[in-house]
Ligand binder design. Structure first.
Ligand code: UD1
Ligand code: MG
Length: 411
């Protein structure tokens, strides 16, 4: 078919309908299952509350959204492909396999995320999980498309040529997209509502992008993405409501991985991974800023989330302290660079034993916001971070994608 037809409108309407039902179910399940999660020792303390020690908050509630999302998607597949069940119709096996591989990757990632919540896996393992979970997807991409060529932007064409065939590197790139998306959301965390809030803003941005592109030539890929994004937003919305300040539940790594993998899947199969990555601009900046701590050039504490000033009931940037002599040259350069660019604040002093010590704010954009505007109330901080996501993630991307792109590409 050459354009979106009546059957597609019917499936979108159906998708919206079951998503609303799914949303209601997730909303009902949370209060019912919360206590069971706590009984199963899946709980955490809300570290930025005055009574943090006394209250147990159910963790991993993202698994409810993910579970219902998967159920909705299984139903959706049946509906989307029902059109082709007629004996006279040719069944689109390729498209069918794409759906299955997409769901398999998401399903794997939810399972691995839940395992992470229960077992608290090591950082190196966390990196590997999405790599493995994205394999089915890459295989399907290989079988269906083969194309690993990228078109170069106009300004560099005289020097580098019209296009490049990246070959195997393209697959490396795609698996890196999956690794990045899942972990980037997880390390921009620690304030009520932040993990799920940013996920929903990215999802709605993708949804809007898909709706615009339904009129374009690649409408089929965008329709595919739309089928995933509508239930995603619906199922995670009740989680946001309950995770927003003051949090009644925590989303867990399950939700971060589930969201990241869902975005990676639609970006890859929908052929818009570059635009999709642009929606992650705040996460990219946060990741680059985190590199010194993630790769241990600078010590990384278990938690980098802000620290509560109990008297004011406001948050300050959290800090990490270490001996100056433990810092290697690269670590020192990174510290100086991010301090000069005002992303972090550090001070040097001598302790009673005459040792030189360094105390620096942790390397996350959450702490950067607090360095600039703090101390802030937790909810205000959440709102600012949501605003950053909307302005620098979504609006900027649409500006780049629909305006600036003219200067770099032909269409
Ligand atoms: C990531 C971050 C870590 C941050 C943590 C917070 C990196 C490398 N890791 O670790 O710095 O502290 O997320 O989620 O950047 N919590 C709150 N309030 C919230 C959300 C979480 O107090 O709004 C606390 C709770 O105790 C909760 C715990 O964080 O139980 C969950 O942390 P977890 O998701 O396991 O941490 P990581 O993802 O490993
Ligand atoms: Mg986490």
């Amino acid at each position: 078919t050459s354009a979106i037809d009546r059957f597609d409108f019917f499936t979108i309407a159906f998708d919206i309908l079951i998503s609303i039902v799914g949303s209601i179910i997730v909303n009902r399940l949370i209060p019912i299952l919360k206590e069971k999660f706590i009984k199963a020792q899946l709980w955490g303390n809300d570290l930025n509350k005055r009574n943090s020690k006394e209250v147990k908050i159910a963790e991993s509630q993202g698994v409810l959204a993910a579970g219902i999302f998967l159920v909705l998607m299984f139903i959706m597949i049946a509906v989307v492909f029902s059109e082709h069940l007629h004996p006279a119709s040719v069944f689109p096996h390729k498209k069918f396999v794409e759906y299955l591989a997409a769901l398999l990757s998401i399903c794997c990632m939810v399972l691995l995320g839940f395992a992470d919540d229960v077992l608290d896996l090591r950082w190196s393992v966390k990196l590997l999980l999405p790599l493995i979970a994205s394999l089915p997807l890459l295989l399907v991409y290989f079988a269906n498309y083969h194309s690993t060529t990228i078109i170069l932007p106009k300004p560099v064409r005289p020097y580098l040529g019209q296009q490049w065939n990246l070959g195997i590197l393209y697959y490396v790139y795609m698996s890196m997209v999956a690794v990045f998306c899942t972990n980037a959301i997880n390390i921009l965390a620690g304030v009520n509502g932040l993990e799920v809030g940013q996920s929903i803003i990215i999802a709605i941005s993708i949804l809007i992008f898909n709706l615009i592109e339904l009129q374009g030539v690649c409408w089929e890929e965008h329709l595919f993405s739309l089928y995933f994004m509508i239930p995603f937003v619906a199922c995670t919305f009740p989680i946001l409501i309950k995770n927003w300040y003051p949090a009644e539940i925590f989303v867990g790594d399950t939700l971060c991985y589930f969201a990241g993998m869902t975005f990676a899947v639609v970006g890859i199969i929908g052929h818009f991974s570059k635009t999709m990555l642009l929606f992650f601009i705040p996460q990219i900046i946060n990741f680059l800023l985190s590199v010194p701590q993630l790769f241990h050039f600078i010590p990384c504490p278990r938690h980098r989330l802000p620290r509560l000033d109990p008297e004011l009931n406001k948050l300050n940037p959290s800090e990490v302290e270490f001996k100056k002599s433990d810092l290697k040259l690269l670590g020192w350069l990174m510290l100086r660079f991010f301090s000069m660019t005002k992303f972090i604040r550090y001070r040097e002093y001598t302790n009673n034993d005459g040792e030189r010590l360094i105390s620096t704010t942790n390397f996350t954009i959450i702490n950067t916001v607090l360095c600039w505007f703090g101390p802030l109330h937790e909810e205000t901080l959440s709102r600012i971070l949501m605003l950053i996501q909307i302005v620098f993630g979504s609006l900027l991307t649409f500006f780049i994608r629909y305006y600036l792109v003219k200067f770099f590409y032909d269409s």
